[in-house]
Design a protein around this ligand. Structure first.
Ligand SMILES: [Zn+2]
Length: 264
């Protein structure tokens, strides 16, 4: 609502800069602007608040980072068929949120919500890995629970550590993909692109990825807190089983799964 009001006032400012025929604009120009441009004129504090608002609102459009140029050229961008578009102005004032390259994964309807949440935490680097805990002042053993050979970070777990790299490679080969595995960010991008696809296979591979990420974190917790041990074959079978169960309600998935034989 605040932004919409600002956009409405910016329309009035545009009318002033265009010297539109209107009594109040004439009044503003004669009494306050006195031949000066709106950028340099100063409105006394005893002037009516509406006039002050109109002149002050230029700060908002001048501070909008994705618009270029001086006041007039910024206002000109909002003109459509000779009229100032409040809607266009409003959209330009909306904050631009950081793009989420994993959006398609997180919004995928078939992936288990709890698994998506873990993957989402990993994507934002908000999962409680040792390096993250250290940053917020919590001291825990820094070594990776699986290999004790490196600091525990999201990047180490996915896929600097050779075991997860192998696990992911086995799942990919099983699903019929031949490609070399990169680091966490690039794999996330690749999987996200797959999740956008309409083929059952694209959906399957993104679901396997998220399940792998989420269940590996569960295994990590087991090792860290219960002295568990990762059993690779059993772990892969669990992922495959989970996906078969989830696919039962989706015909396209089922069709894609029938083309895949054996276990990863
Ligand atoms: Zn490790």
């Amino acid at each position: 609502m605040v932004l919409w009001n600002q956009a409405t006032i910016l329309k009035l400012l545009w009318a002033v800069t265009k010297e539109k025929e209107s009594l109040w604009i004439k009044w503003l120009q004669v009494y306050y602007m006195k031949g000066q441009s709106v950028e340099v004129c100063s409105i006394p504090t005893n002037a009516t608040w509406v006039l002050r608002k109109i002149v002050e609102v230029q700060k908002i459009i001048l501070n909008t980072q994705h618009l270029q140029g001086d006041l007039n050229s910024r206002l000109a961008l909002m003109v459509h068929n000779g009229r100032f578009s409040i809607k266009k102005m409003y959209i330009s004032l909306l904050p631009i949120y950081q793009k989420m390259p994993w959006k398609s994964i997180v919004l995928h309807p078939i992936i288990h919500p709890r698994f998506k949440f873990t993957c989402w935490l990993d994507a934002w680097q908000r999962v409680a890995t040792a390096d993250r805990l250290l940053k917020i002042g919590i001291h825990v053993p820094l070594e990776c629970s699986f290999c004790n050979n490196a600091m525990e970070t999201v990047e180490h777990l996915f896929f600097d550590w050779t075991i997860t790299k192998d696990l992911w490679a086995r799942l990919l080969i099983w699903l019929g993909f031949t490609r070399s595995i990169d680091g966490w960010k690039n794999e996330l991008l690749w999987v996200n692109a797959q999740a956008k696809g309409t083929s059952g296979k694209g959906a399957l591979v993104s679901c396997y990825f998220v399940t792998l990420v989420a269940l590996l974190w569960r295994e990590r917790n087991k090792i860290r807190f219960e002295q568990g041990q990762l059993q690779v074959d059993k772990f892969l079978r669990e992922i495959a089983y989970h996906l078969h169960v989830r696919a039962q309600t989706r015909p396209r998935w089922k069709a894609a799964l029938t083309l895949i034989v054996g276990i990863p």
